[in-house]
Design a protein around this ligand. Structure first.
Ligand code: R5P
Length: 322
């Protein structure tokens, strides 16, 4: 399929990341206005011709989630009505993902609802990173390219040359990701298993695997309130772990997250720029941001050129500028 040109458009969710992608691709961001009418409704106008173009809309649906989601939907609608050739939504962080099944009665499945909204608005493809659950890919009836921040984080931790290392998943759901890190770093694997002892009693955390006297790299897809991390770190320390490092993809960092990270026995935390850091997080000396702009930029280049994207999943050497 031939498209006139590659265009990158962004809403307000993460302009800095969009700029990083545009720098990687050496193409300016398309001129567009995304602001508000006096009553708070979204006012969007694309100021360049997109007819027949291969357009990539960069917009994570991070907090403020509803504002960012509506900007994305209205952006897709605008581009469809402007006769864009193909619209790829670049959603580095896919919000509303944690409700991906009915785990009790009378609750929604928001991960599916949002997928329906995006496809109905007119998106042709989705490019995303570290979905909360892999199966969310199947909630879309349009192609989804699902990338991992793993190779970008891995590169950083390889440079640290951490000795005597064990990779830990802070919950049972994250074992697969932790196993990938442990294999790549030639480290051991452990899991914090939280169990509710009775309906009334609080949770007790067990550690499956050896952590005593070892440095820990704890890995997770996202940090929201940091409750999971802080509790897991305290448990690991209680079991005699040495330094605890954390690698997480999406810095949602809401509520008491920063205070918890500050107080927790954690040496440092690496997150990516799928979501911009809020002011409080920027002042937290423990948090370091690793950019996924080049990873996304390279994926966009390959999608545009109809080249394989799957080789980006694990291979950082495929794009040496990363
Ligand atoms: C759980 O399934 C996720 O991987 C995260 O561990 C969790 O969502 C983080 O939430 P919080 O930071 O609020 O504990």
């Amino acid at each position: 399929m031939y498209y006139n040109s590659l265009q990158i458009i962004t809403g307000n969710a993460n302009r800095r990341l969009a700029q990083g992608i545009s720098d990687y691709l050496q193409r300016p961001l398309a001129d567009a206005v995304v602001d508000r009418f006096p009553d708070g409704e979204i006012n969007l106008k694309v100021n360049v011709d997109v007819r027949g173009s291969d357009v990539f809309v960069v917009q994570p649906t991070c907090p403020p989630v509803n504002e960012n989601l509506m900007e994305l939907l209205i952006g897709i609608d605008t581009l469809r009505r402007a006769s864009a050739g193909r619209i790829t939504t670049v959603i580095p962080y896919y919000g509303y993902a944690r409700k991906d099944r009915k785990d009790e009665g009378r609750v929604p499945i928001t991960a599916k609802l949002v997928a329906n909204l995006i496809a109905s608005a007119g998106a042709d493809r989705v490019l995303t990173i570290d979905l909360h659950a892999q199966q969310i890919q199947g909630f879309f009836d349009i192609p989804v390219d699902h990338l991992y921040a793993f190779p970008v984080q891995l590169r950083y931790y390889r440079q640290l040359h951490l000795q005597n290392l064990v990779v830990v998943s802070p919950d049972v759901g994250g074992i697969k990701l932790a196993r990938a890190y442990s294999k790549a770093l030639n480290a051991r694997l452990a899991v914090v298993d939280k169990r509710r002892v009775s309906p009334e009693a609080t949770e007790v955390a067990f550690v499956i695997g050896e952590v005593e006297g070892m440095n820990v790299l704890m890995v997770d897809d996202l940090i929201a309130t940091a409750g999971t991390l802080a509790e897991a770190a305290a448990t690991l320390k209680g079991k005699g772990a040495q330094d605890i490092y954390v690698a997480a993809t999406h810095p949602v960092l809401c509520g008491p997250a920063i205070e918890r990270i500050q107080r927790a026995p954690i040496t440092s935390v690496t997150v990516t720029d799928t979501i911009p850091l809020n002011d409080k997080a920027m002042e937290c000396g423990k948090i370091r941001v690793i950019s996924v702009a080049n990873l996304l930029g390279e994926a966009i280049r390959r999608i545009h050129k109809d080249e394989s994207v799957s080789s980006l999943f694990l291979e950082t050497r495929a794009f040496p500028t990363l």
